[in-house]
Ligand binder design. Structure first.
Ligand code: ZN
Length: 306
């Protein structure tokens, strides 16, 4: 388990090195999301945004199931101004497990939330031509409900592009989905350029698991292909290099993946289980995801302004 020993080493280094002090902080920010309810997680999002100097707006909606409505809360901040918007999104809610308890929801998806907040802190120092709207969605795990409700309430007239993050807690390899429609070609190119510029490992997935991105791209969930809004959209995540390729094979390898029979990529053993714990959260990835997401948004801002 190379990753575990690396994480342990990073934790030790973090205690002794002032450079890593902020990393400890980022990890603590993720750990703060371990709460008994999603409502308590809302409070964590709001307080972390306030602590970072932002002024978050909580947008409530009626979500849940048709026969069991449940109030949900999307948390939103905006940076800069401009006639068109770039959305940078991640869900903060955790899934309720089969035994009725809540997942700790750190890999899926508090780590992305902390990465997105880091990106927001970078982006507010930049001169942007677009308004950047950071949306931290609720009720993703119930069927992308927070994102759907946001679109219902606001429409997408002024939305130029959507960048979503789901599962970004460990590893140095950024994964991106290629299944958000032909209108997303430009954002895919921008992501690839950032990968090249930053000399990062990146892996594009022709088939990539769904997250809130599907609400914006009209790509649906596979089984339900009701036409929705069509906006250039990309879904990003992080994983270790080997795990990213194993996951690529599992989703895209067809009949003969070469993976052992019954093989389940590690990340799918962790998420939506009691195994989604802080042991799998690497502060280096949180820092990397924040910097990379900011770079992607900046590049999109420039390209879409030309
Ligand atoms: Zn998720």
């Amino acid at each position: 388990m190379l990753f575990r020993s690396l994480a342990a080493a990073a934790a030790v280094l973090a205690v002794s090195s002032p450079v890593a002090a902020q990393d400890v902080d980022l990890r603590a920010q993720v750990a703060a999301f371990i709460q008994p309810t999603n409502a308590a997680r809302t409070d964590v999002v709001v307080s972390q945004l306030r602590a970072a100097g932002f002024d978050p707006v909580v947008e409530t909606f009626v979500g849940g199931e048709t026969d069991a409505p449940m109030e949900g809360r999307n948390v939103v901040i905006t940076i800069g101004d401009g006639p068109r918007e770039i959305l940078l999104t991640a869900h903060y809610d955790a899934v309720v497990l089969r035994d009725g308890s809540m997942s700790q929801g750190v890999v899926d998806n508090a780590a992305s939330v902390v990465g997105v907040i880091e990106a927001a802190k970078i982006l507010r120092t930049r001169n942007l031509n677009h308004r950047v709207r950071i949306i931290l969605f609720d009720q993703e795990e119930l069927g992308l409900i927070g994102a759907r409700k946001w679109v219902e309430a606001h429409g997408l007239t002024n939305v130029a592009v959507v960048v979503n993050s789901d599962v970004a807690a460990y590893g140095d390899t950024m994964m991106y989905g290629l299944n958000n429609g032909a209108q997303s070609t430009g954002v895919v190119r921008a992501v690839r350029e950032v990968c090249a510029e930053r000399a990062m490992n990146c892996v594009g997935f022709p088939v990539y698991p769904p997250s809130d991105d599907r609400v914006f791209s009209g790509a649906g969930l596979g089984r339900q292909s009701a036409p929705g809004p069509v906006v250039p959209t990309i879904s990003l995540g992080f994983q270790d290099h080997v795990g990213a390729h194993q996951m690529w094979l599992a989703f895209n390898g067809g009949q003969n993946t070469g993976l052992a029979e019954g093989f389940v990529p590690q990340v799918f053993q962790l998420i939506h289980s009691h195994g989604d714990t802080m042991e799998h959260v690497d502060p280096a990835t949180l820092k990397l995801s924040g910097e990379t997401y900011a770079a992607v948004v900046e590049r999109l801002d420039r390209q879409l302004s030309q």
